[in-house]
Design a protein around this ligand. Structure first.
Ligand SMILES: *Cc1c(COP(=O)(O)O)cnc(C)c1O
Length: 390
C-alpha cells in the first residue's frame, strides 16, 4: 500500500451478519447475496466468499461485467444480473452461466438473433415485474402475455419471477402492502401461464427482515449483509458494519487568525488554529457534501475545515499533532465513533451510498483474513487479498 488512506473490512462481520439474517428466516428461504458495486464498496469477490461461507445460495450483481468478474475469480454459485443486458451479450452470459433479468418480449425477439432457438445451452431467466418502484419491469398483463410464449421455449429456463419494493425502509407500510398485493396478482398471471417457475422473490434486506412473511422462495440481501439498516427502524437482528475507513495526517500547520483554508477561501481561522491535511477527497468518494462532518484524531472529534478537494481535505485539529497521526473517517477511536448512519444523515442518503462511493484508489485491507483462511471452508482466496493485508 503506497498511500495513507485505507478501508479495513472485517469478513467475519459480513459472515456473522449473513448468519444472523439466515437464522431469522425460515430454513426453506434461499439467500441471495447482493455484491453489486464492488460489494457496496467492501470488495465484491471477498464479500461474495464471506456470504458463501455463511450459506448464501445465490449471488446478484447489477451489470454483466460485475458477474464476469465473479466468474473469473472462480465463484461458482448461480449469479443473477439484476439489470437487463443487451441482446447481443447473451452468448457471453451463457458462456459464464449467468441468470438474466428479462422485462420484455422485444428483448427476447432481438435476443434470438444471437441465440438461435434450440441451441443446446439453456438460457436461465428471471422475469422482473414493476409493482410500483417504476424502475424496470413489466407493468401490465398485456406485456406479460406478450412475453409468455418466449418464456415457453424449450431452451429457456424460468428460474425466477420477481419485483422490488420502493418503500421498505419507510415507517408507513401502506405503499409496500399495495406493491405486495400487486405482486400476488402478478404471481397468478405467472401460474396461469403454465410456466414452471423456480423462485418467486420480492424482498431486499429491509423487507426480508421487517416482513419475513414476504420472503417467499428467496431474499435478496445487500445492505444488511454489510451491516446497514435504516436508522429510524428497530433492526430485528444483530447487524454490525463491516467497514472502517482510515488515513493519516500528511501535513500539520498553525494558522494565524484570519488566514484561509481551501478552495474559494471556504474556511477562515477565527483565532490561532492548528490545521491538518488528510489525503482523501471527492475523487475517493468523500463528496463535498461531507463538508460539515467530523473525523476522529487522537480519540477526539475534529471537524472538516473548508471545501473538500479532489484528493485532500483539511481538518481543524484540537491541538498540534504529528504528521503521520492516524485519522479515522468511519469507525472508532478511543471510545469515540463516527458511524455510517451519521454520515448518511448528513448527506441526506443511506449508509450504502457512503460505502459504495469509496473509490478504487482506496486500498481495501481484510484484517481477519488469516482467521478466515484458518477457520472457514476450503474456498480458495485470490492472491491479491493477502497482498492487501497490512
Ligand atoms: C440492490 C438490489 C437489492 C439489494 O437491496 P438491499 O436493500 O441493499 O438489500 C435487491 N434487489 C434489487 C433488484 C436490487 O437492485
Amino acid at each position: 500500500m503506497l498511500r495513507d488512506t485505507w478501508a479495513e473490512i472485517s469478513l467475519s462481520r459480513i459472515r456473522e451478519n449473513m448468519l444472523n439474517i439466515r437464522r431469522s428466516l425460515p430454513g426453506s428461504v434461499k439467500l441471495m447475496a447482493v455484491v453489486k458495486a464492488n460489494g457496496y464498496g467492501h470488495g465484491d469477490i471477498e464479500s461474495a466468499k464471506a456470504a458463501m461461507n455463511a450459506g448464501a445460495d445465490y449471488l446478484a450483481v447489477a451489470y454483466l461485467e460485475e458477474a464476469v468478474r465473479l466468474r473469473d475469480a472462480g465463484l461458482q454459485l448461480p449469479i443473477l444480473v439484476l439489470t437487463p443486458i443487451r441482446p447481443e451479450h447473451v452468448p457471453l452470459a451463457l458462456k459464464h452461466d449467468l441468470s438474466l433479468t428479462v422485462t420484455s418480449a422485444k428483448w427476447f425477439c432481438e435476443m434470438r438473433n444471437f441465440k438461435p432457438c434450440g441451441s443446446a445451452c439453456k438460457l436461465r431467466v428471471h422475469a422482473k415485474m414493476d409493482t410500483g418502484l417504476g424502475r424496470i419491469g413489466i407493468r401490465t398483463k398485456q406485456e406479460w402475455d406478450e412475453l409468455v410464449p418466449w418464456l415457453h421455449a424449450e431452451d429457456v429456463e424460468m428460474d425466477g419471477f420477481y419485483t422490488h419494493f420502493a418503500t421498505a425502509g419507510q415507517e408507513d407500510t401502506r405503499f409496500l402492502e399495495q406493491q405486495a398485493a400487486r405482486f400476488l396478482d402478478m404471481k397468478e398471471w405467472a401460474r396461469a401461464s403454465g410456466l414452471a417457475i423456480r423462485h418467486y422473490h420480492c424482498a431486499g434486506s429491509v423487507a426480508a427482515l421487517r416482513f419475513p412473511h414476504l420472503a417467499m422462495d428467496m431474499v435478496r440481501i445487500g445492505a444488511a449483509m454489510y451491516g446497514f439498516y435504516p436508522a429510524k427502524l428497530a433492526c430485528p437482528v444483530k447487524l454490525e458494519p463491516a467497514l472502517s475507513l482510515h488515513s493519516r495526517l500528511i501535513q500539520v500547520k498553525k494558522l494565524a487568525k484570519g488566514e484561509y483554508i481551501g478552495y474559494d477561501n471556504s474556511y477562515q481561522a477565527k483565532e490561532e488554529e492548528w490545521i491538518g491535511t488528510v489525503p482523501i477527497g471527492y475523487a475517493d468518494g468523500w463528496a463535498q457534501r461531507m463538508q460539515g462532518t467530523d473525523v476522529l484524531i487522537g480519540g477526539r472529534r475534529a471537524p472538516i475545515a473548508g471545501k473538500i478537494s479532489m484528493d485532500q481535505l483539511m481538518i481543524k485539529l484540537p491541538g498540534p499533532f504529528a504528521e503521520g497521526t492516524p485519522v479515522t473517517l468511519i469507525g472508532t477511536q478511543g471510545g469515540k465513533r463516527i458511524t455510517f448512519a451519521e454520515l448518511a444523515a448528513h448527506i441526506g442518503s443511506v449508509a450504502q451510498e457512503v460505502s459504495a462511493s469509496l473509490g478504487v484508489r482506496i486500498t481495501r485491507t481484510y484484517k481477519d483474513i488469516e482467521e478466515v483462511r484458518a477457520k472457514w471452508d476450503k474456498t480458495t482466496w485470490p492472491d491479491d487479498i493477502s497482498q492487501a493485508v497490512i
